[in-house]
Design a binder for this molecule. Sequence first.
Ligand code: C2E
Ligand code: MG
Ligand code: MG
Length: 748
Amino acid sequence: MSSRSLRHRIAIVFVGLLVLVMGLVLALVHHSSARIVERETRRELAVGTKVFQRLLEQNQRQLETAAAVLSADFAFREAIATQDQPTVRSVIHNHGQRIHAQVMMVTGTDGKLIATTQHAGASGDPFPFPDLLAAAEASGRSAGFRQMRNGQLYQVVLVPILAPTRIAWVAMGFHVDDRWADDMAGVTGLGVHIVRTGTPGALASSAAAGGTHYASVHVPLDGGVQAVLQLPVAQVQAPFEQLQGRLLGVIVVAVLVFAAGSIMLAGRIVRPLNELSAAARRIAQGDYAQPLPPAPRDEIGQLAGSFGQMRTEIASREERIARLAYVDALTDLPNRTRFLEAFGRLSPGAGGAVMVVNVDRFALINNALGHDVGDRLLRAVAGQLQPLVPPGGMLARLWGDQFAFLLEGAGLEAARRFADTVLAALRDPVTLDGQRLDIEAGVGIALYPDDGLDAATLLRRAELALATAKRRHAGIAFAQETGGEPAHEQLSLIGDMRRALAAGEFTLAYQPKLALGSGRIVAVEALLRWQHPERGTIAPARFIPFAEQTGFIREITPWVLESSVRQAAMWHAAGLDIAVSANLSTLDLLDPHLGRRVRGLLETYAVPARRLCLEITESALMDDPALAQAHLDELAGLGIKLSIDDYGVGQASLAYLKSLPVDELKLDRSFITAITESPRNAAIVESTIMLSHALGLTVVAEGVETPAELRWLREHGCDIAQGYGIGRPMTAAQLGDWLADFAFRTVA
Ligand code: C2E
Ligand code: MG
Ligand code: MG
């Protein structure tokens, strides 16, 4: 629309300018023509008037000559002298005919007619024009225009007849009629009219020339007569009018040609602009692929060139932006955003799986070998995982050492097989700077649509499954196994925890720890229990991971600590020498108020610091080793005991643990189970006990279930044992009875 109007505007401006210029030219021509016509008219009239006057003079002289010839005729003079009237009459008659004079008269010196060719006159009559006679007597001859008695006008010439003295006058009259006027008009080129001043109507008139508008000049003749000389203005104007007509024609043709030309030119200017604006619209719609149409090599071409450059630059910039938004800069893999977006491809009918993969010990490697090595390790892992991506699948790095696969259409079995392939691939050692790094990984799998309908839920559930896998050292875990409840029930559980804490649904169970050397119960571990009014007892493994993820653990732990310290105070007051162990989560260890809170509790309940022990997992240490160490130092400074829980599951080395202010090492249950059957487990436990002792650490065996295990541990120098084989977790009240019974059994 706007381009159309641009095209029209260009054409209108061009044609308008041309019309303006041509109009000026036309006006100028018209104006000068009018002036030329006026001047020409005046000039022609002046020339014609002069010619007219010359003609009159010439006529008169011819008449005079003719009269002179007549007066020189001897026979004529004789006839006059002898008053021979018939002869005189015949002579003037003949002479008059010869010289085409219509009137011939001979008058005596007395003013009386001697002879006349006029029928009305007769000899003896007085000469009709005495004024002419008087003028002739004064100057020798005279001439003038006179009307005869018949009313007609004549040019009359009067000359004397000398013999040798004047004996008579001869007068000749020439008829001034329309023919005379025509002759004069033919020579002068003007219309000739003879009029008597003060009377209407012409005495003689030349044939009328065309036109209605005349320029005229009045030439006074004698005898009250004047000649009106007329020039038809149209006659002068005609060539100019013709010229102006032609000019107008030329202008009309020029304007038409120019209009067509400028419309074409405007079209040629506007077309590439139109094409550019169409291209701009395509770019606005995000289509950068289509190249610009070829443009002329002028300014518009330059514009098109810059435009094309802009297009490619915007395209590459958009690609960069998309890269930044969707690609993980470290590994070049799709990022979390891209992963969540790709999830939209899955259809509930075909199903699919979201698989989260996490590298074990990554934080340790990152801290021990530096972030640079950590980054390269992540790139290496990405390189190992990338070729495994099945068609239609995707591999993304979510954050840190967390990778995720999207498996389109995969069911439980296919997902498990794929997870096995992933773990096998990661078992290949990675070599960085000549250093071999054995990496292991865990896999958590959530199935679509069974475990959730949206990507965020599935990722969360897969991450929970991953945590379970790590805890169980299983390598692979499915979301269904983490609690075995549908996702929404787990979510309602999280919401329920706050209410449960306020409602006092949480309790602590205490599991005894037996000193193998003395055979005495030296401590108990406080374990959290949830007595849910509808669901019954809920195991900590089913809600603590959520409490950790949602941060609610920060509210549970203070309650656990206070309950534990309060219980320790009660036993202390009862004279029982039993320490209480409480478990800490990663978040608790990173809590800056932890140390102050523990000291406050010990002071409030007046419990000796050695009566409290805090159990920390290796992974809690690995998240932020520096901060963890600072907080451990603070706790150790209070005099409380610190214990490494589930030792052997993580990859923290003894050498690393030695740098921490810990007192106790709790060997994970998985090492103790079947210790009597598996020589390998036995060897690991034996050497760990030895090394721990060398480092001054107390060794606790977890999950001791059989007397054989208990015996083996005692024989191999383990300090403390804990497990169902000794005593199950129980309430504080139950523990009192149990302790009495236990003392009785040992004694017995
Ligand atoms: P943990 O600290 O390693 O606690 C030992 C777990 O092993 C307890 O499970 C205990 O009941 C179980 N156990 C003890 N002896 C045996 C045995 O002979 N055989 C078998 N099969 N199991 C045995 P529980 O109470 O279900 O606790 C599980 C985990 O929950 C704990 O592992 C601990 O990590 C966490 N947890 C428990 N209470 C708390 C708490 O108050 N705070 C925090 N942060 N975590 C807690
Ligand atoms: Mg524990
Ligand atoms: Mg443990």
